[in-house]
Design a protein around this ligand. Structure first.
Ligand SMILES: NC(=O)c1ccc[n+]([C@@H]2O[C@H](COP(=O)([O-])OP(=O)(O)OC[C@H]3O[C@@H](n4cnc5c(N)ncnc54)[C@H](OP(=O)(O)O)[C@@H]3O)[C@@H](O)[C@H]2O)c1
Length: 287
């Protein structure tokens, strides 16, 4: 973890999941606004582990606001309920939760249990519900190796999804953490364009200048594919369900959260590709 020093006033902001795709960007955006961001995770300098409650109290000490990425486990809501209450009792007055817009398609109210845990904490809260991230295609993410290897198998069919740039999520989170007026608001955050996962693969292929196959598979085929790559059955079935919902066009609508929060349209996927290409993340393993 890094403590990212800003030069302005205000007490530090805790960034849980501060080494992840959104968290590290949230910390950077806060620093750019002159705030001190304390990025916490298992590999962080301020050690924080959802599975080790002895790390929780130290994490919240002396901070005024917190960005929350949940434990991504079956007991995530119970852990969040305990942690958010502890944070509120310790003087953390503002909580900004990274949720997911995909839960809006779920008929199961339990999907919102993590959100409820934050709403009920006693602190002021803001909830961000992003769509699938553009960054899933690169960074340390689940599609990166497949894109680099030239073959992406997914159960997402020809379903449409407006990928959101994690830079936009981070800018929204930093605004909700540092500015007034976002308490009690739920912001659904999408990119500006409906596209298929195959479109995303195709745009990256055009940018890198070689063929990358997008291969739609069924949910059971995807489960088998993930088991073959060493994932456990519970995760494989969860991932197949979530991605399979895209094939049914469950996410085929735009949301105005970025515009409402930042007063400007969200970044397009093309901008993400152009920005990411020079990093070499999509080079073939042998390149
Ligand atoms: N990816 C998407 O497209 C997407 C879309 C909508 C919503 N979301 C939501 O975004 C959240 C983050 O997902 P992501 O895939 O993008 O992951 P990520 O934020 O890139 O990585 C997970 C972060 O959590 C930390 N972490 C993992 N296990 C931890 C533990 N036991 N204790 C403390 N910290 C832990 C990791 O750091 P260490 O390894 O250092 O602990 C890392 O900083 C999830 O709640 C997901 O539902 C994701």
């Amino acid at each position: 973890m890094a403590v990212t020093e800003g030069h302005g006033g205000g007490s530090p902001v805790l960034v849980i999941g501060g080494t992840g795709k959104t968290g590290r960007r949230v910390a950077a955006r806060l620093a750019a606004r002159g705030r001190t961001a304390v990025a916490a995770s298992r590999s962080g300098e301020r050690h924080f582990d959802w599975r080790d409650r002895t790390t929780w109290e130290l994490a919240v000490a002396g901070v005024s606001a917190a960005y929350l990425v949940d434990a991504q486990s079956e007991d995530a809501a119970a852990l969040m309920a305990d942690f958010a209450r502890l944070a509120a009792r310790s003087g953390v007055g503002r909580l900004v939760l990274l949720s997911a817009r995909a839960w809006e398609q779920s008929r199961d109210d339990a999907a919102f249990a993590v959100e409820r845990a934050v709403r009920d904490s006693g602190a002021a809260w803001t909830i961000l519900r992003p769509t699938w991230f553009a960054q899933n295609f690169g960074e340390e993410s689940f599609l990166r190796d497949a894109v680099a290897a030239g073959r992406v198998e997914l159960p997402t069919g020809q379903g449409l999804e407006p990928f959101i740039d994690a830079e936009d999520i981070a800018e929204c989170a930093a605004a909700a953490l540092a500015d007034d007026g976002h308490e009690g608001e739920v912001y659904a955050l999408s990119g500006p364009r409906l596209m298929t996962f195959g479109d995303g693969v195709g745009e990256i292929a055009a940018a890198v200048g070689r063929e990358i196959a997008y291969v739609p598979v069924s949910k059971p085929q995807y489960v088998t594919h993930l088991l073959g790559r060493g994932f456990d059955e519970g995760y494989a079935e969860f991932a197949a369900e979530l991605l399979g919902a895209v094939a049914d066009d469950g996410g085929a609508y735009l949301s105005d959260g970025v515009e409402r929060l930042l007063g400007r349209p969200p970044r397009d996927f093309a901008e993400y590709v152009a920005r990411t290409l020079p990093s070499g993340v999509w080079q073939r393993p042998a390149d």
